[in-house]
Ligand binder design. Sequence first.
Ligand SMILES: [Mg+2]
Length: 178
Amino acid sequence: MGVGEIKRAVFLDRDGVLNPVVMRGGSPASPRGLDEFSLTPGAGEQVARLKEAGYVVIVVTNQPDVARGLLPQAELEAMHRVLAEGVGPDEIRFCPHDDHHQCACRKPKPGMLTQAADERGIDLTASWLVGDGYKDIEAARAAGVRAVLISADYNAQVAASRRVADLAEAVDLILEQG
Ligand SMILES: [Mg+2]
């Protein structure tokens, strides 16, 4: 990347994007251990396409089960080693908090995006987020990032101006629009 060139990122939600969600009581939820964690087929190829096009790829994931005592942080870190090796993002950021912590990082707040942008000199207006829930879309809006929603049975009610079938289609759209 040349001097003065704009630095762009694609922020990727984790659950429902890079790994399948776990359904609990009819709602999409996060895996609570390696035994529930698997990578979405082809996710590594799609991340490689983005990196090849010059995007910094950053995973941004809410993991409130850490704060709730339902997910040991060591187990989360073990999942993220699998994710790092199998999918190859430039960075994995997670928010371990719950609502009552009133942190700045828990989506729909934009803190994970804005902090990464500050640290890495990323132009948010030239960046994208891919997610599967309203908190993703809202965090992107608050950060001034364009959002793409991956359609699922559980997000039919989410308002999104860009809706695609899967991660491959999201990457197609991003590479087409730049
Ligand atoms: Mg998700």
